[in-house]
Design a binder for this molecule. Structure first.
Ligand SMILES: *[C@@H]1O[C@H](CO)[C@@H](O)[C@H](O)[C@H]1NC(C)=O
Length: 548
């Protein structure tokens, strides 16, 4: 019995020693030593929709008491400042009054889709990069900032179509993280060593639904390589010229600075764009721009929507496309179809009047999109697949008819189509028949609404809001927890090693050699056997001969 007592006592001692009885020893998982950070935001791109994604994060960081210096074409308006002053948010405006920003600039007459579209995308992206680099980096305010003795704890910048602004990282020697307002660009996956295997992950500009068949996989592979090569051999050298001019000739290779990026916050969510392997520092913050509350609608719109018990179609091609440039025959088809459906239509159209008056249609130059989408009578969104509108629609559980035009819109449209909550129309094939068919499907087949509701539920259900996640990651990187802890070794080995091509080659050669040796051995054995048999046979014969 004594051994039993002693083991109980020993056990009690062990429990006591292992217990966390002293409150001071409590484990803590959040290290908040530095509460006020100095943050530099660098956003040289002129697209408003991109900055719309970053703005909520920047403002929230200021709300939490961090000091922000934000370089962009979108300084806070007087109106916004009156509503919420945010004294620690300092703008350095890059606005060029002659140039303006990218709002209502895409002319639909220029949209034609064919096999060369990928080259047009590349050309367009590079054109926008040239504009951003040449106007942004020459801005006197930037020169002043570069001469100043400012210090920053962390730099946030857009990871998109150019590296020319990365000179700030070199100048201020602060850890930095990237924000992507769209799906990750292929070259950024490469810098991070993030998985983008084209055998099952559609690349951003192809717009393939999953799974991809053999020809699609070939095209996916080819375009992915074209994009990465174009970035390495066309974009980067040009960026380097712009950057050297602004940051001085001792600036390291931009590709080197790009590899120091410590995290990437991406405006997507796997419930929408599909599951794929992601490094721990590539973080989904899809829907970051979606407001946390639904504001009341202006009274005329509210009246129109409230009375529309037959259901409403919301039609908008986003902030960059000018709907009024719709080619005539397509516009005629749209007007005919929208005028004839037994529904109401609310349409973002940048002119006061439609070319033909339609009783069931209300047009407005600007619409509070999220509020309209959340009105219970709105039953379908007809759009272009831009990620912001599309994410809001996904969030609201609204089924869609999408006509992708350029950029990542094909990819986004394909993603919702894969989830069964959208019909996708090719712009080349946009006519009365195809549009009527798509609208009939989405309005009259409850399947789309059911799928949209399920997707909405999955899209919203997360461990933390996208805004909280983005704030946390910014602070985490500022606290010095990024590299080397999060850097993937995969990013720093040559491509043939990453794809195990060297290993595969050796294994193939060794197995081929082994097979060859075995084959020769068998052949040798067989010929030996045959020789032995022949000898035996000869002996037998001679035996018989003797008997004869
Ligand atoms: C839906 O169904 C009704 C009746 O079957 C039809 O008249 C209408 O045109 C269909 N399409 C839309 C978009 O409502």
């Amino acid at each position: 019995m004594r051994w039993l007592y002693s083991s109980i006592i020993l056990f009690a001692i062990a429990v006591f020693l292992s217990c966390d009885c002293d409150a001071a020893n409590e484990t803590t998982f959040v290290n908040t030593t530095k509460s006020k950070l100095k943050i530099l935001g660098v956003f040289g791109h002129l697209g408003k929709s991109h900055f719309d994604v970053f703005k909520p994060l920047l403002e929230e960081l200021a709300r939490r008491g961090h000091e922000l210096t934000v370089l962009s074409h979108f300084p806070r308006s007087e109106n916004a400042k009156a509503k919420e002053p945010l004294p620690t948010y300092k703008d350095i405006s890059l606005v060029d009054t002659e140039l303006g920003v990218y709002v209502d600039i895409v002319d639909l007459h220029q949209i034609h889709h064919n096999i060369f579209s990928i080259l047009r995308e590349l050309y367009f992206l590079r054109f926008m990069a040239d504009v951003a680099c040449s106007t942004g980096l020459q801005n006197p305010a930037i020169k002043e900032l570069l001469r100043s003795d400012e210090k920053f704890d962390v730099i946030i910048t857009e990871s998109f179509n150019t590296d020319c602004f990365l000179g700030f990282v070199h100048r201020f020697k602060a850890p930095y993280l990237g924000l992507s307002s769209s799906q990750i660009m292929p070259w950024i996956n490469k810098d991070f060593g993030n998985e983008d295997n084209p055998s099952y992950i559609p690349s951003i500009f192809v717009g393939f639904t999953k799974p991809m068949d053999f020809p699609k996989r070939i095209w996916n592979r080819v375009t992915l390589s074209i994009l990465k090569l174009a970035y390495d051999y066309w974009y980067r050298p040009r960026d380097q010229v712009f950057a050297n001019e602004a940051f001085g000739p001792d600036l390291p290779e931009l590709s080197e600075i790009a590899r120091q990026s410590q995290a990437l916050l991406v405006n997507t969510h796997s419930s929408l764009h599909g599951s794929k392997p992601q490094l721990p520092n590539v973080v989904e913050i899809g829907g970051l721009h979606i407001p946390s509350k639904i504001n009341p609608l202006p009274s005329d719109i509210a009246k129109f929507l409230d009375s529309a018990h037959e259901g409403v179609l919301y039609f908008s091609l986003g902030s960059m496309i000018k709907s009024t440039t719709m080619p005539q025959e397509k516009l005629d088809a749209i007007l005919t179809v929208l005028g004839s459906i037994p529904r109401k239509v609310i349409w973002k159209w940048e002119s006061d009047e439609l070319p033909r008056k339609l009783d069931n249609v209300m047009v407005k130059k600007w619409l509070p999109q999220f509020e309209v989408m959340n009105h219970p009578n709105v039953k379908c969104y007809l759009g272009h697949g831009g990620l912001l509108g599309l994410s809001e629609s996904v969030y609201s559980g609204l089924p869609m008819v999408l006509v992708p035009m350029y950029g990542d819109q094909f990819h986004n449209a394909a993603a919702v189509k894969t989830r069964g909550s959208a019909e996708v129309l090719a712009f080349n094939n946009l006519n009365e028949e195809s549009l009527r068919h798509a609208l009939d499907e989405v309005f009259n087949n409850t399947r789309y609404r059911e799928n949209a509701q399920k997707l909405s539920k999955a899209y919203r259900d997360r461990p933390a809001t996208p805004l909280e996640t983005a704030v946390w990651w910014t602070e985490y990187i500022a606290r010095g927890n990024g590299s080397p802890f999060l850097r993937s070794e995969g990013a720093d080995i040559p491509w043939y090693q990453r794809h195990l091509i060297d290993v595969a080659l050796v294994l193939i050669i060794v197995s081929a050699a082994l097979i060859y040796i075995i084959f020769r051995l068998i052949k040798l054995l067989l010929s030996l056997l045959r020789a032995v048999k022949g000898m035996l046979g000869a002996r037998e014969k001679s035996k018989w001969k003797k008997i004869d």
